[in-house]
Write a protein that binds this ligand. Structure first.
Ligand SMILES: C[S@@+](CC[C@H](N)C(=O)[O-])C[C@H]1O[C@@H](n2cnc3c(N)ncnc32)[C@H](O)[C@@H]1O
Length: 327
């Protein structure tokens, strides 16, 4: 993809309304031939705006207008380039558990959770977080309120369960598992959170602290090759759930199809929370208008859409009206 267009699209579609600084930086880079020439020295996947901006902030770039950022970037490009060649965008957002919870609530426990593309595994603790839906409905872990409260606005009456799920086994797969106890990994995850989103940075710290008490079992590997082994290791008598969020966009369409074929052949349920367009055969079942769908994630269970979600779990519009809170 043309790098200038990539940064403009990032600014106008992803950053606008979410991060004024990243919007300004994205537009600035898109019109700056000298900076574009630096970025174009990287292999295409490494030119990603989130990666370059995250690496810059990790190394101390000022959260300041484009002219200051540009000056800093020119002076520090070799370090940014090195970091962008070694790290990848592995944003781990515990908030996504709030849009997975109603789907998990449809399944009979106890549950064995297997997350593919887990990053540091923070989405593997839906039973350890507290939830607040629509500013009024709280749900807490069985032993009381959590240090992590996930807030989610809903429409369409998702079936919010009365209790958090009973999770008896949790494991994850990632090409590069991050360690909740590894200071540099955690600093990297913080650098990936957009500048103005302090609430997400606090949530990340709190969720990581909670996970450090009982760190997740994460294996290094490709999701399609490694998933069957983890499913096989799940305890007998449990409902096995393979899930993922914001992961399959990293795969080619052919690799996505291979993963879907693999997971559908395993004795497990499959929950996907992916951006619109990532799993077209699931999107094709949506009846919502293109305006309603735009920019949302599609939450599905066993290949059937259940809802449209905010990318960080901040809202959930339930679309599967055969199964709502009043059922
Ligand atoms: C954006 S992060 C999402 C992390 C987590 N699922 C969440 O929602 O917070 C995507 C993760 O998928 C991992 N990933 C990408 N391709 C993968 C593959 N083929 N096999 C395993 N993990 C992969 C990346 O390393 C990264 O940690």
């Amino acid at each position: 993809m043309d790098t200038s267009r990539w940064y403009r699209s990032f600014a106008e579609v992803e950053a606008r309304g979410n991060s004024a600084i990243y919007e300004e930086w994205g537009l600035g880079v898109s019109e700056d031939p000298a900076v574009l020439a630096l970025i174009d020295r990287l292999p295409e996947p490494r030119r990603q705006p989130n990666l370059i901006f995250g690496a810059s902030r990790h190394l101390g770039a000022p959260v300041a207008p484009y002219a200051s950022f540009r000056r800093w970037l020119s002076e520090n490009w070799s370090e940014v380039e090195q970091l962008a060649r070694t790290r990848t965008t592995q944003t781990n957002e515990a908030g996504r558990a709030a849009v997975l919870l109603p789907v998990l609530g449809l399944l009979k426990g106890p549950l064995s959770l297997i997350e593919v593309g887990a990053s540091a595994g923070l989405c593997l603790y839906p039973d350890r977080y507290s939830y607040l839906y629509d500013g009024e409905k709280y749900l807490h872990p069985v032993d009381g309120p959590s240090t992590v409260l996930l807030e989610c606005a809903t429409t369409g009456s998702p079936p919010i369960p009365e209790r958090v799920p009973d999770v008896v086994y949790r494991a994850g797969i990632d090409l590069n598992p991050l360690g909740v106890g590894d200071t540099d990994d955690m600093r990297w995850l913080e650098s990936l959170v957009w500048p103005e989103q302090d609430h997400r940075r606090w949530r990340l710290r709190d969720a990581a602290a909670l996970a450090r008490v009982d760190p997740p079992h994460l294996v290094r590997g490709d999701l399609t090759s490694a998933v069957a082994d983890l499913v096989e290791r799940a305890p007998l008598g449990t409902t096995i759930v393979v899930f993922h969020s914001a992961v399959l966009n990293y795969l080619t369409p052919t690799a996505r199809a291979e993963f879907v074929h693999t997971v559908r052949g395993l004795p497990c349920h499959w929950i996907a929370n992916e951006g619109l367009g990532v799993l077209p055969e699931i999107d094709a079942q949506l009846t919502e208008s293109p305006e309603v769908r735009r920019g949302k994630f599609v939450v599905s269970l066993d290949g059937t859409p259940q809802g449209l979600a905010g990318g960080h779990g901040q809202f959930l519009g339930w679309t599967n009206q055969t199964c709502t809170a009043s059922d």
